[in-house]
Unconditional design. Structure first.
Length: 429
């Protein structure tokens, strides 16, 4: 099983070089700007992509409100693994995230003193850098410095979201407290002090403490992002990409351009009627460290469309896309479907009226639900440069909103093989 995030829109918008300045983040009022990454430039993003090739990828889940579930089912507070291929000289180094440092279980191979190419060279420790400011890339654990031994530098950051109220960098979402720890927020960052919240509607200004709080009914409104889009934005494509573009063999023989998971097309053209509205899109390029075979990203999916629009033409999507040599396409899918209210119907565990939805805009009207935290897991090739793109949009309507929380992007030394059972992907617990 795997999970998918997708969006649709024009292949144009704000393009930022790696020394660029993003000035549309968390305005105090709509249209106001604050600083992000330095020195902006505007350009055409139509042909932006990373290195593409044959292969496949997906995602692997974790669940719960404040803890990640490991592959063995063991729950550890805010801890995730990035295990390298186990050969000779294997060592484990574990760092826990407490708001000042990130969590990485890093297994290395080869001779660590000589820098052997087989050694996983992903950072063993990755201090967060989102304590202040509203940089959306730093909010999810990226671009803290240019030093790949301590951070994950990015290139060509892009944000295509003219309506800046469609995303926020927040210290928490909603007003609920963690049922297991009343001193903590129910929806709090997985690393550092802030996370990124994106949506197909609009968000209010942040609270004084940096939290994002919505009143009931604020989850049913359009935003000013692109509407009436019949193609996915940027590097994304809804067409099947397996079997050299003919489809039918998911994750096998990718054409390097279209969706090798073959998961988007049916719901895009069928259930979703092939028209996206209120499209948010972002992307960035990554240089994969030597000895590193994948990456992980934590997220939560909230939607006002549950339960009334399951198997209906109103079917919002959230997509994470990869252009890796190992796999090109949607890396967030589940039960051979993209990440939509229809695909996630069996996995909506936080239902209308749940106290954890307080202050999110969703509770109180028998509609609106959430998944809890999941971890998307994708593959990569050591030493390659590739693109990650993220999008959320209304599909088939302009009002019933969907929200995604994103946090804690990190390398995964071991990686995964997309066409192997229980390897890449999201496997709900």
């Amino acid at each position: 099983m795997t999970l998918s995030l997708a969006a649709c829109g024009e292949d144009s918008g704000l393009s930022i070089s790696d020394t660029a300045n993003i000035t549309t983040l968390n305005p105090t009022v709509p249209g106001t700007t604050t600083s992000g990454v330095d020195d902006p430039t505007v350009g055409d993003t139509t042909e932006q992509s990373g290195t593409m090739g044959e292969s496949e990828s997906a995602t692997e889940p974790t669940s719960g409100t404040t803890a990640d579930v490991t592959a063995t089912g063991t729950t550890t507070e805010d801890a995730t693994a990035t295990d390298g291929p186990a050969t000779d000289g294997t060592t484990d180094a574990t760092t826990t995230t407490d708001g000042t440092s990130s969590t990485t279980d890093d297994t290395t191979t080869g001779d660590a003193t000589t820098g052997d190419i087989d050694e996983c060279q992903a950072p063993a420790t990755q201090p967060p850098c989102d304590e202040a400011g509203d940089d959306i890339f730093k909010a999810i654990g990226l671009n803290c410095s240019d030093n790949p031994a301590m951070a994950i530098p990015i290139k060509n950051p892009v944000i295509m979201a003219p309506d800046t109220s469609s995303y926020r960098v927040a210290t928490h979402f909603g007003t609920a407290k963690d049922p297991m720890d009343p001193n903590q927020w129910a929806w709090a960052p997985k690393e550092g002090s802030r996370f990124l919240v994106i949506g197909s509607g609009t968000f209010p200004n942040l609270e004084a403490d940096g939290g994002l709080v919505e009143q009931n009914g604020q989850d049913t409104q359009p935003n000013g992002n692109p509407d009436d889009q019949t193609q996915l934005p940027g590097v994304m494509h809804h067409e099947m990409g397996s079997n050299n573009g003919a489809g039918g063999t998911p994750f096998m023989n990718c054409d390097g351009v279209h969706d090798c998971s073959d998961t988007i097309a049916n719901q895009w053209n069928g259930i979703g009627a092939g028209v996206a509205h209120d499209v948010f899109y972002m992307s960035f390029d990554l240089d994969v460290p030597q000895g590193t075979h994948g990456y992980l990203l934590d997220f939560v999916y909230f939607t006002e469309e549950w339960p009334n629009y399951v198997n209906a033409t109103v079917n919002d999507m959230l997509i994470v896309w990869s252009t890796s040599e190992t796999f090109t396409g949607n890396v967030t899918f589940i039960d051979e479907q993209p990440l939509t209210v229809t695909a996630l119907d069996p996995y909506m565990t936080i239902l209308p009226g749940d106290p954890r939805l307080a202050g999110t805009g969703f509770p109180g009207d028998d509609e609106g639900a959430a998944t809890g935290w999941y971890t998307a897991k994708g593959s990569a090739a050591p030493g390659e440069t590739f693109t990650i793109a993220i999008s959320v949009f209304d599909l088939g309507d302009t009002v019933w909103d969907t929200v995604g929380i994103l946090d804690k992007f990190r390398w995964d030394c071991m990686g995964c093989v997309p066409n192997e059972v229980d390897s890449c992907g999201i496997i709900p617990q």
